[in-house]
Design a protein around this ligand. Structure first.
Ligand code: MN
Length: 262
């Protein structure tokens, strides 16, 4: 039967052979948002806020609902190629017109948790990625590359943004590692546990914010604020990460799920 793989998937989900891992942090007023250097006057993203409209009371006796607002890049969220100036000229580069195929793909999880714990400014290099490939095989085209830093485990703490006098100190990428992933591996995009896909000190890298600059310039995507990457295998999980269909949107909070065989 032509649809046997889908029937198998449903059966495997029902039997627990395939399980679903939630890679999403809860969206709440305490959700951290990116703080860009104020001296550049680069504007502010609204933090998540929520306001009750009614809850089975005089404002609405039979229903409960809320208003909420936040920046597109809040909590666990998707970065579309149009997010960066280098990605502005691609066709179909926004949350509403991107190919939906970009929202589902295999995941390669590169564990840099020990290195990130030892050095909050750790930058992933090509060599680090190639060492991972020696162990787990080549990163296939169309994969999400997920950067496990275990940073999501400190999401409610000041250490999450790790702000110092000179800005945030959180792990990221060496620029040529991003070029390698975009050009030599043709990945779908990268996902990270930190507040943005770049290092905390990315404003002083060359190019500035290399992951945004190079990935979106190559029409690739990003996922930030992921959690539970330690619950995924190095290879073999399938990621499902559709952003809200905001017209002309540069990104959106996203529920990110991973299918995993147990
Ligand atoms: Mn973002």
């Amino acid at each position: 039967m032509s649809n046997s793989s889908l029937i198998n998937l449903v059966q495997d989900l029902a039997s627990g052979k395939v399980t679903i891992v939630d890679l999403t942090a809860t969206l709440e007023p305490a959700s951290p948002t990116l703080k860009l250097p104020e001296e550049f006057g680069w504007g502010k993203s609204w933090p998540f806020s929520i306001e009750e409209i009614s809850r089975y009371d005089e404002r609405g006796p039979f229903w409960y609902w809320n208003n909420f607002k936040c920046g597109e890049h809040t909590g666990t969220h998707f970065d579309a190629p149009v997010h960066w100036v280098t990605g502005q000229d691609h066709n179909d580069n926004c949350t509403d017109n991107m190919p939906v195929e970009n929202f589902v793909g295999p995941a390669c999880v590169i564990d840099a948790s020990a290195e990130s714990a030892a050095d909050p400014d750790f930058l992933m290099s090509i060599d680090f990625i190639k060492q991972w490939e020696e162990k787990h095989g080549m990163i296939e085209a169309g994969s999400w590359v997920l950067y496990r830093s275990d940073w999501s485990k400190i999401i409610t703490s000041d250490k999450y943004l790790n702000m110092q006098a000179d800005g945030s100190h959180t792990p990221g990428w060496e620029p040529d590692a991003v070029v390698f992933l975009a050009e030599q591996r043709n990945i779908l995009g990268v996902g990270v546990e930190t507040v943005g896909t770049d290092a905390g000190q990315a404003a002083v890298q060359d190019p500035m914010f290399p992951c945004h600059n190079i990935m979106h310039g190559a029409n690739k995507c990003g996922l930030a604020g992921l959690k539970n990457l330690d619950k995924l295998p190095a290879k073999g999980a399938i990621l499902i990460a559709p952003p809200l269909k905001i017209k002309g949107g540069s990104g959106s909070p996203t529920r990110v799920l991973a299918l995993v065989t147990s």
